[in-house]
Design a protein around this ligand. Structure first.
Ligand code: AMP
Length: 395
């Protein structure tokens, strides 16, 4: 696997696919610069080598050229984060972009206009990719968030950089974190899968059974398993058509020696609302008209014990409806347990959609080992897929 440290960028122009798809407010100000901060180590290494950086990214989902999606809005923020002046060119291919790239001197940074102003980007168009490749000497992919897409800038462009392409530090870290869970991590390995739907996590569960010693199934997803075992789940969310699959997963887990932990109790609510009445009930004895919305006290204690035994921990999906304060406790306590285990030396990876939101909301970001920057890319990696953006570098 070629990484940044295998190259010296002196007098070289690096064309770097970054993920600067950052949120903007109505005044077009960046409200969360995490993705820019994440790309900083790669950019600084190249500048310190004596090279220059041509940064390319998408922003939002524009339909053709739309000013509101211009990357010009983020230039100031990128400069603040990097502490280096950033030149901007209102094109990503063609004469203007080529002239700006040609004029770039060692130590300088050029940001190209939104790649998705061209439909060829998402189409993975080869001619467009070739045009992008004309701008730089070495291709660096540091955008994990789009590594599961075979777009021009994430995948196709790599074919024009034979022997001159590598992962950036961020992408390298993402790959290593997933490898730790799936292959190289210290045992016992634990995966915690929560969230709403079994159907969206099925492939992950099946793939991960070969890698883990313990599996916690929590959140709304657990009720499909409980009902499949004949439990009474009231109005809790459930995918009836997935019940046979749930039983099959439990059978597979048993055969593979994976210990599965399903909540034993739940906080039941009489409405899907923060003002609902609540009661603690056994997970398989939820009264009619009530629904399970968070992990109960016995489950929280049980999960804490499991987490504390494990040396490698993956967390994907909340344990309850954490968006409502009243039902956030299971998710918060799990975060606390993972933070404690991490402090004691465990490796913890949080990734994929809502668990990242929960980790940020409750301040666990710095208390876990790694928070993935890619939602879909992370989930597809856990499903065992080799992402096109990664494969294109390994080629
Ligand atoms: P997912 O995108 O599948 O990871 O699901 C995340 C969502 O699951 C969050 O919005 C949670 O509110 C929701 N969730 C977690 N536990 C439950 C539950 N017991 N009942 C309904 N929704 C839940």
């Amino acid at each position: 696997m070629k990484t940044l440290n295998d190259f010296n960028f002196e007098n070289k122009k690096a064309i770097i696919r970054v993920d600067f798809n950052v949120p903007l407010n109505d005044a077009f100000e960046v409200t969360d610069a995490t993705r820019i901060v994440s790309a900083k180590p790669t950019i600084i290494k190249i500048l310190e080598d004596g090279g220059s950086c041509i940064l390319m990214s998408h922003l939002g989902r524009p339909k053709g050229v739309q000013d509101e999606f211009s990357l010009k809005h983020i230039v100031k923020k990128v400069e603040d984060v990097l502490g280096v002046e950033v030149k901007f060119v209102e094109a990503c291919v063609g004469e203007k972009a080529e002239a700006a790239a040609a004029n770039l001197q060692p130590g300088q940074i050029l940001l190209l206009e939104n790649l998705r102003f061209h439909k060829e980007e998402e189409a993975g168009d080869e001619a467009f990719s070739k045009q992008l490749s004309n701008l730089g000497d070495i291709y660096v992919n540091d955008a994990f968030g789009t590594a599961h897409r075979a777009h021009a800038s994430t995948t196709i462009v790599a074919q024009f950089f034979e022997g001159k392409k590598c992962f950036g530090y961020l992408l390298e870290q993402e790959i290593q974190s997933i490898d730790k869970v799936m292959k190289t991590g210290e045992k016992p390995v634990l995966a915690i899968l929560g969230g709403a739907k079994v159907s969206s996590k099925i492939t992950i569960i099946e793939n991960i059974l070969d890698a883990v010693d313990h599996l916690i199934i929590g959140g709304g997803m657990a009720f499909t398993f409980v009902k499949a075992h004949g439990g009474k789940i009231g109005n809790s969310i459930c995918e009836d058509d997935k019940m046979p699959l749930a039983l099959d997963i439990l059978k597979q887990a048993k055969e593979k020696g994976v210990q599965v932990h399903i909540p034993v109790d739940t906080i039941a609510a009489d409405a899907f609302s923060n003002d609902a009445n609540t009661q603690i009930v056994d997970i398989d004895a939820i009264p009619d008209g009530w629904e399970g919305v968070d992990a109960g006290p016995k489950s929280r204690a049980q999960f804490h014990d499991v987490v504390m035994q494990c040396k490698t921990i993956l967390w994907n999906g909340p344990l309850g409806v954490f968006e409502m304060e009243k039902f956030a406790r299971g998710t918060i306590e799990l975060g606390n347990s993972i933070a404690e285990a991490t402090k004691n030396g465990a490796f913890s990876l949080v990734g994929g959609g809502d668990s990242v939101a929960a980790v940020k909301q409750f301040g666990f970001e710095d208390k876990v080992s790694y928070v993935s920057t890619g939602g879909g890319a992370m989930l597809e990696s856990l499903e065992g897929k080799i992402l096109p953006g990664i494969a294109a570098i390994l080629d």
